[in-house]
Ligand binder design. Structure first.
Ligand SMILES: Cc1ncc(COP(=O)(O)O)c(C=O)c1O
Length: 328
């Protein structure tokens, strides 16, 4: 049923705050460092297409999503930025990833070859990135040189990057080098990855490891690109210490609701609470209809309407009758 009124309770998203947060995040980065705006999970509840469009207009270089479906929805909405799909590519999704020009995450030979074959059939390039697990327990590439050798036999495969996912809490697990010299592990990762790509591809590809927490706390982890979610939505990850909270972030989301009923009585019983819920539901339904909760609405009572028959104690009594009739 189409509602005549907007919903009483809704999430309001402020595009200006999203723009502002992205500009703030940029101040952390060297000009050459790229920024991927992470819009997975409905842009952390902010609306996938809305948030992605704002980030694209505000200069994000990449968008990051979890699934093929999210990436396809962004393409359908007319977004042209490069998009990385984080979940490892299942071979059966290879053709759709290519059709939507999405960069697939590859962690093994089967999906790499499936992408290459689908690219040959479509006669289009297949973009992908290798994911290396760095202790989070996610599936990752275990023999990068071997996979790159295989990839070199397929001219339509285009490697867009190599990446890991770490958060600040995972940093202590980076390894012994890190405890001797902060940043050493990232430099070692970068040096090794460059050596392999130089040798096997004859070119360098972007390397990335940092999400919000590391981008804030570990400059050496920013590498060629940072993938930012939490920061762009106006929050600091819990692991970020106060000293590293240097940006001026604005919350981009607020929960708004309409007051459906206000009691003059200070006493509040569970029956009263139920009546408030019932009144809120009734305001969305036309007068005289039968609500889903099973009671007949005689007359629509909107909280802003002043009706003598629904004021004060008579209103309370009426609301409680409604609640009881509805089984509360
Ligand atoms: C692979 C990957 N990169 C980046 C992010 C963004 O993380 P954050 O919200 O901490 O910035 C996520 C989110 O979980 C992710 O899965």
């Amino acid at each position: 049923m189409l509602l005549a009124m907007p919903p009483l309770t809704y999430v309001a998203v402020d595009p200006a705050a999203l723009r502002h947060n992205l500009a703030q995040a940029r101040t952390l980065l060297e000009p050459a460092t790229q920024l991927m705006a992470v819009v997975k999970a409905n842009a952390y509840g902010h609306g996938l297409v809305l948030a992605a469009s704002v980030f694209a207009e505000s200069g994000a270089d990449w968008l990051g999503v979890s699934t093929l479906e999210e990436g396809a929805a962004l393409r359908a909405a007319g977004l042209h930025l490069p998009i990385l799909v984080f979940l490892p590519c299942p071979p059966e999704q290879a053709a759709d990833l290519i059709a939507h020009r999405l960069s697939a995450t590859v962690v093994g030979e089967e999906s790499l070859v499936a992408l290459a074959r689908a690219a040959e059939i479509a006669q289009r390039p297949a973009h992908y990135q290798f994911y290396l697990d760095a202790g989070l327990g996610r599936p990752g590439v275990d023999d990068l040189p071997r996979l790159m050798e295989i990839a070199s036999g397929f001219p339509l495969l285009v490697l867009d990057g190599l990446y890991m996912h770490l958060d600040a809490a995972a940093a202590p697990r980076l390894g012994p080098l890190e405890t001797l010299k902060p940043g050493a592990e990232f430099r070692l990762f970068a040096a090794t990855a460059h050596e392999i790509t130089d040798r096997l591809l004859g070119t360098r590809v972007p390397l990335h490891a940092a999400a919000s927490a590391l981008a804030l706390t570990r400059p050496e982890a920013r590498l060629d690109l940072v993938r930012l979610g939490t920061l762009l939505y106006g929050q600091y990850p819990a692991s970020v210490p106060p000293a590293a909270r240097s940006l001026d972030l604005r919350p981009a989301r607020s929960l708004r609701s309409t007051v459906a009923w206000r009691s003059n009585s200070s006493a509040c019983s569970s029956a009263n609470s139920a009546a408030v819920i019932q009144n809120a539901r009734r305001c969305q339904e036309p007068s005289g209809t039968r609500s889903k909760s099973g009671f007949s609405i005689q007359r629509s009572i909107h909280p802003r309407q002043k009706s003598s028959s629904t004021m004060g104690t008579s209103r309370t009594a009426r609301a409680m009758r409604i609640a009881r009739a509805s089984g509360y």
